[in-house]
Design a binder for this molecule. Structure first.
Ligand SMILES: NC(=O)c1ccc[n+]([C@@H]2O[C@H](COP(=O)([O-])OP(=O)(O)OC[C@H]3O[C@@H](n4cnc5c(N)ncnc54)[C@H](OP(=O)(O)O)[C@@H]3O)[C@@H](O)[C@H]2O)c1
Length: 368
């Protein structure tokens, strides 16, 4: 009887210890899992119809042409966790980006398939014969065998004068190519996918009707549409169309592109800042969430599955722009921001600084 009680007690103690041990193991597992999820949630991926996963936050690089400044920004961006970089032949910075990418790839700090690199076909390359030529020029500068996404930069072709005259002018007018054939150009883009020079293809600055035309005739449908999109210009009809057509949206100027003021003034033109980062509604939400105005504006778009490519060459601001995955906007916050939409009035990229541009048969900015 005594020995039975004793063995029962020993069994009980062993079971208790075992239970304690298991509880500890579970605790450790959840702590570790918690940390790894935190790391994972420092980025969100949007799956394209090509099967590729596009990081929802990328680094914009328009107007970043100062070599030292951009190199430093890219180093800081890659360290902070950016893997998606948006560039274009038009930005004349692909060689700088290529140098930094080569350093990171050759040192083994990153693998090619961790990166998502977007480039774009310039206006002067808008004929089927020039598509491969300009894509290969971008690849040579980027020191890559392929880009992840190649976009038609704008539906308006310009006359080709030379590789370096990016916006050829005569008598103060942009030399437009009024015979731009968007369907033929799309077919030439599809050939680049077949050749392995780009994983996905898409368009930029196309309106709904132009996008529908591409989807209708495509053998390889557009995977992405990059347009101006921010709280003042939410492009709701275009967002609906993209859902219906299974094309993911990427927002350029997600912060309202305040850097344009300096650019316009340099060209002797006036530019009215949008003031999106100073909007009292945005500031109020920033205070509420203990975040910055920029983080609120970016989170607002990403929470709707829109990809964003804020440009910054400032290390602290570019880090800030990526730190939007540790908070959520409530549905009330979302509708407050949705109310900032100004409809078509909110469009600020019209290309109208180029005289005569609205005469192009494919001028896209009169409608959504
Ligand atoms: N497909 C197209 O036709 C097209 C057209 C325009 C743009 N894009 C692409 O979209 C990208 C983004 O658009 P964008 O550059 O026009 O405008 P944006 O990203 O809305 O704004 C960039 C400007 O905001 C400043 N900024 C960045 N982060 C900030 C922050 N956290 N707080 C305060 N200011 C901040 C930047 O200055 P600092 O650098 O000094 O931080 C820069 O002046 C471009 O770089 C380009 O890659 C495409």
């Amino acid at each position: 009887m005594i020995s039975r009680c004793f063995s029962h007690l020993v069994n009980h103690l062993t079971t208790t210890r075992l239970a304690l041990l298991l509880a500890h193991l579970f605790l450790l597992y959840y702590l570790f899992k918690g940390n790894s999820e935190q790391t994972m949630s420092s980025q969100k991926f949007i799956e394209l119809n090509s099967g590729q996963k596009m990081p929802a936050v990328g680094l914009g690089t328009w107007q970043a042409t100062d070599e030292a400044e951009l190199e430093n920004a890219l180093e800081e961006a890659l360290k902070a966790g950016y893997r998606h970089i948006d560039t274009a032949y038009l930005y004349t910075n692909e060689a700088i980006i290529g140098r930094v990418l080569e350093r990171w790839l050759s040192s083994g700090k990153i693998q090619r398939n961790d990166l998502f690199i977007t480039s774009k076909l310039p206006g002067i390359g808008m004929t089927p014969e020039r598509v491969e030529y300009f894509l290969k020029k971008s690849l040579a500068d980027l020191k890559l065998d392929y880009v992840d996404l190649y976009l038609v930069h704008s539906p308006m072709g310009y006359q080709y004068v030379s590789d370096t005259e990016l916006t050829p002018m005569k008598d103060g007018q942009l030399l437009l190519d009024n015979k731009t054939d968007l369907e033929a150009i799309w077919k030439a883009l599809e050939v680049q996918v077949d050749a392995g020079l780009t994983k996905s293809i898409g368009v930029s600055n196309y309106n709904i009707a132009q996008l529908e035309r591409m989807v209708k005739m495509a053998r390889i449908p557009p995977a992405n549409l990059q347009v101006e999109l921010h709280a003042y210009f939410q492009q709701k009809p275009l967002q609906e169309a993209c859902k219906r057509l299974n094309v993911k949206l990427c927002a350029y100027a997600p912060l309202g592109s305040p850097g344009r003021k300096a650019l316009f003034e340099k060209r002797g033109l006036k530019f009215e800042e949008l003031g999106l980062l100073q909007d009292p509604v945005v500031i109020e939400l920033a205070t509420k969430h203990n975040k910055t105005a920029s983080q609120i504006l970016l989170r607002f778009l990403v929470q709707q599955d829109v990809i964003v490519i804020p440009k910054s060459t400032n290390p602290s601001r570019l880090r800030q722009n990526l730190e939007i995955f540790d908070f959520q906007l409530s549905s009330e916050d979302m509708s407050t921001l949705q109310n900032l939409d100004k409809g078509l009035e909110g469009r600020s990229f019209t290309a109208k600084a180029f005289k005569g541009v609205t005469e192009h048969p494919e001028y896209p900015f009169n409608s959504y």
